[in-house]
Each structure stands twice: as C-alpha cells, then as structure tokens.
Ligand binder design. Structure first.
Ligand SMILES: Cc1cc2nc3c(=O)[nH]c(=O)nc-3n(C[C@H](O)[C@H](O)[C@H](O)COP(=O)(O)OP(=O)(O)OC[C@H]3O[C@@H](n4cnc5c(N)ncnc54)[C@H](O)[C@@H]3O)c2cc1C
Length: 352
C-alpha cells in the first residue's frame, strides 16, 4: 500500500480487519499532505448537488453519519447558516430545493433537517454580519472534525490490527506483478498492491510505465486561520461569483476557505498572496468588522485530486475511480468523508 493519507489509512484498516497482512509505505509522515489541509468537514457537500453529483452526496451524507456514530469524541455535529441576500446568485426556491434534497438524501440521519430562518433570526444569530439586502437564511447541519487527529485515530486502529506503517519510506515505482521498488533501490513483493497516493497516484503510475485510464485535475485549495472567535459556521457566496466559501469556528478561532487554483504537481502547495487577499476580501464583503493581515494566524493549502471531467475546476468530480492492473489497484480521487466507503470498494476490487 502506498500513501498515508486518509484514503490509504482507511484501505489499510479495512484490509487488516479482514485478516490481511498490510504494509503501508509513506514517504513523509502519515496525515501530512492533503488529508491534513481540508476544511475539516464531514459532509455530503451541498454544493455538489448543483453539478448533479447525487450519488456522491448521498454516500458522503451516509459516511458523515457513520463517522459521527463511530467517533463521537472526534466528530461533532455542525450547524451551518447560509444567509440569503437579495443580490445573491441563488434564488430562495433554488436554495429551498437544494437544502430539501440534501435533507432527503440524508435519509434517517442522526442530524436535524434544514430549515428557513427569518431575517430577524439571522440578525439575532449573526449581529456581526452586514444586513443590507438580507432576506433570511437556511440553517442546515453537517459535521466537523480535526482531520489530523481523526486520521491519527484511524492509524491507531490500523496498528491495532497489525498494519506495518513505514514512514519516511518513498516508493519509486510499482509493477502490476506486485513489485514495489523503494527509493533506496530495494525491492519487495506483495500479493496485492494499492496505489493510494492521492494527488500523486497518477504520477506514480507514469513513473512505473503503466498507462492511466483516468486523469486527475490538481486543484489547490487554501485556508486562513483568523484570530477571531466564530460563533456560527457560515456558507457564503463569493461576491460576484457563483462559488461559495466557508467561515467556520475552528479551535476558538475562525477558519476561512477555500480557493480553487489549478496547478502542476511540482509547483509548491502553499497559499499565495492572491489567495489570501481573495479570502479576506470575500469575508470583508459580508462582515462589518473587517479582518486585516495582522489577524492572520496561519495559512495552509492542499491539492485536491479531482477526477478530470471538465475545463471548469469547480465542476471537476469529487468522485473516485479505481483502476486494476493485475495485482495493482490505483485509486484516483476520493474525499475525506468517503474514505471508509472507498476502502470497502477497494477491498472488493482486490479480491473480485
Ligand atoms: C482545500 C481542501 C479542502 C478539502 N476539504 C474537505 C472537506 O472538508 N471534507 C472532505 O470530505 N474532503 C475535503 N477535501 C478533500 C480531501 O481532503 C482529499 O480528497 C483527501 O484528503 C485525499 O486523501 P488521500 O489519502 O487520497 O491523499 P493524501 O492525504 O494526499 O495522501 C496521499 C499520501 O501519499 C503519499 N505519497 C505520495 N507519493 C508517494 C510515494 N511515491 N511513496 C510513498 N508515499 C507517497 C503522500 O506523502 C501523502 O501522504 C478537501 C481537499 C482540499 C485540498
């Protein structure tokens, strides 16, 4: 198994629970790449409904509830408000249909249904928000986690089931026959090989001279941590765009995210000055007390491994796909929330 992000760890856990001997190679430390740079949401992804990704949303909602049930100490319900402005790009009927569908796709969820909030309720809950043009808002629920801590918890489960986790061990290439060549030149052989290297999985196939049946769009997303308490999670439209961004409570501070910037694998995965300004401007558009650079405590970025499906990165798919080459299975894409479900499918593919 290659990759110590949430998808690799969940695959290792799933296979080890079934009694398989699993070795996981991670070139850095576990949970140091994309899986630690997320928006910290366990969710179906309300915005993916607009792209018609109903299967993904339903799976995400089911998995959100499963995480809440399995690790209640590491995942908490998160009420989120979507303030509706007259100037917004989405009409009330459209938002109502979207949130209604989100609740419907949640099935018998452990979380409450979404509901409309009158303007006065939004004003009471969010006195710091500008209220010109405000019509009201929708309240809905998802869940929040600490991605690093929850990933470490999964790693602990792996170790309890005997997974050998080798950190600082980079894989140079793989072969369909089950050979792993490590960067130090040594070789090891396995019955099954899983390439779960997130944004690097397509590259790992390329350096192994194996043709990829799927392709990834690599889209950087950045977040800012602001030294300001946040009492309510919000989802807001970026001014003059259809994109949305989150304002989230995070460790007593405010987490702002995210951006979408296409980049190459070899480019640095860091939050640019332009992304900082973009997020701060978006926030300052809605709040009476603006944030300034001095309040920025941290900025972090991750690279989304999206299945290529469109020239518009906002419409690239958050779905995942699997490719089998004899003993080798490669994972393309995959969200944090759905890592357990993905692991179940990988196991099935391994032994089909
Ligand atoms: C900005 C942003 C926000 C997001 N927010 C959310 C969210 O709120 N909720 C959600 O569900 N999803 C979210 N996602 C998506 C989610 O974070 C990712 O899809 C997921 O973390 C990918 O996990 P992974 O294990 O596939 O990849 P990674 O976490 O990147 O893990 C891959 C690992 O493979 C290792 N590796 C690569 N090549 C090699 C090699 N040759 N040898 C050994 N090891 C190697 C890397 O070091 C890395 O540790 C977000 C993504 C981004 C970028």
């Amino acid at each position: 198994m290659v990759g110590g992000g949430i998808n690799g760890l969940c695959c290792a856990w799933e296979l080890a629970r079934d009694g398989h001997h699993v070795t996981l190679f991670e070139r850095d430390g576990i949970m140091q790449a994309t899986s630690r740079a997320s928006s910290k949401l366990l969710h179906g992804g309300i915005r993916y409904l607009e792209n018609g990704q109903f299967r993904l949303v339903r799976e995400g909602l089911k998995e959100r509830d499963a995480w809440l049930t399995v690790v209640p100490h590491l995942a908490q319900p998160l009420p989120i408000i979507y303030p509706k402005y007259r100037s917004g790009r989405r009409g009330r009927w459209m938002l109502g249909a979207g949130f209604g569908l989100y609740t419907f796709l949640s099935g018998h969820s452990v979380l409450p249904s979404s509901r409309w909030l009158e303007k006065t309720e939004v004003q009471q809950l969010l006195p710091e928000l500008k209220h010109d043009n405000l019509e009201g808002g929708y309240l809905y629920y998802d869940a929040q986690m600490d991605d690093y801590l929850l990933g470490k918890w999964v790693a602990e489960q792996c170790q309890n089931f005997g997974v050998e986790i080798l950190e600082n061990t980079a894989v140079h290439s793989l072969s369909p026959e089950g050979r792993v060549k490590l960067s130090d030149g040594s070789k090891r052989w396995f019955d099954r090989l899983l390439n779960v290297a997130g944004p690097w999985s397509e590259h790992l196939l390329a350096v192994s001279d194996i043709a990829a049946n799927h392709h990834l769009d690599l889209v950087r997303g950045s977040h800012l941590v602001v030294d300001r308490q946040c009492d309510h999670a919000l989802i807001l439209e970026v001014p003059n765009e259809r994109r949305i961004f989150f304002v989230l409570p995070w460790q007593g501070k405010t987490l702002l995210g995210t951006t979408e910037v296409r980049q190459q694998l070899e480019d640095a995965i860091t939050c640019s000055e332009e992304e900082k300004r973009y997020l701060m401007n978006a926030y300052n558009h809605y709040f009476s007390k603006v944030i300034s650079e001095i309040e920025l405590l941290d900025a972090f970025a991750g690279l989304r491994p999206l299945l290529r499906s469109s020239v518009n990165s906002g419409k690239s798919s958050r779905e995942y796909a699997l490719q089998r080459n004899e003993k080798l299975i490669t994972v393309f894409g995959g969200k944090w929330t759905t890592a357990r479900a993905l692991a179940g499918k990988v196991k099935h593919k391994c032994f089909a």
